[in-house]
Design a protein around this ligand. Sequence first.
Ligand SMILES: O=C(O)CCC(=O)C1=CC=C[C@@H](O)[C@@H]1C(=O)O
Ligand SMILES: [Mg+2]
Length: 377
Amino acid sequence: MTEPAQRDPEPIESTRPIPRENGRPGPAPDGEIPALDLEQLLEKAIVVDLPLTVRFRGVTRREAVLLPGPRGWGEFAPFLEYDDAEAAAWWRACLEAAYLGFPAPLRSEIPVNATVPAVAPERVPAVLGGYGEDIVAVKVKVAERGQGVEEDEARVAAVRAALPEARIRVDANQGWTVDQAVSALRRLSRYDLEYAEQPAPGVDGLYAVREALHRDGVTVPIAADESVRKAEDPLAVARAGAADLIVVKVAPLGGVRRALSVVEQAGLPAVVSSALDTSVGLSAGVALAASLPELPYACGLGTGALLARDVTEAPLKPEHGKLPVRDYGPGSLEVRGLVVDDARRTWWLDRVRRVHALLEPGPGSGPEPGQQPLEWR
Ligand SMILES: O=C(O)CCC(=O)C1=CC=C[C@@H](O)[C@@H]1C(=O)O
Ligand SMILES: [Mg+2]
């Protein structure tokens, strides 16, 4: 059977009529995603391909499936190299947004950081320019494959020169060994780092880096990212005392509710960050940040500034270092010129079918024998 041809559709109104009380959205109900007719659902899905303004984690384009539901739009955009088991959490988060909505917000705006990919120092001012004025914090990517600590230092120095007052954090994406991380962070600590995100792989690696820095009197807090979002047990890092704070992302953790529960159980300060999402995915991140009891750090949700195009005319881009907490995600989408061709749509919808089978118990769509079904909660 051929997939329905995807044309650039007219803007689509979100079907997100959340019950309102006094003009505000009511609390999202807990409970399970209703039984779904996946094929019917997929007919309404839109698959987009967005250009980035700058290369980020090795890519210059970002593809995403956008799904309308009774509560709004959901986004499914696991990175292309992720296997189905890992991508299943992203699908769960997409269904949560579309079918359950989000908890009531506790705040009306979210401070965000600018994110600087592993660019040459002379490009730093242009990248920062995309985040507008009043940048309060900057995350600088370091330990990029093929680069050395000299390049990292030059990039961090360029950020410090451009924004003398901003908080600067670095993210190594586990690209250093423990020894490399300790020596690099000793060197970079002169730029007054707010924290270092995932300097080395694994809970043990984070623990070792943190201990070594403490022993040397280098006071750079350690944040866990991959050791939360890619770990079998996202709480192991907290139990081991291997990090000072955790980074949480809605999609890899399987939705806002699951991410809230990870933060609560970890008992550590949390930074909400994006997965280089469209404004649909970003609005889920904003919902998480808005419903956390405490939000001590600027969040990594400013990445809309890295998209050359987004799926709404009112994209979630930082203004004066903040994002607004809207009642809903984008009410309507504007995807003209962004929709993928039929072959690419088929690839994505097949991926959804496979991961949906991993999630949904029920006749004909259950997990393969030997695979553990994921529970909704
Ligand atoms: O946290 C931020 O400032 C922006 C988001 C960000 O850095 C990331 C988004 C997507 C994929 C990840 O490799 C990366 C991260 O490691 O945090
Ligand atoms: Mg990270």
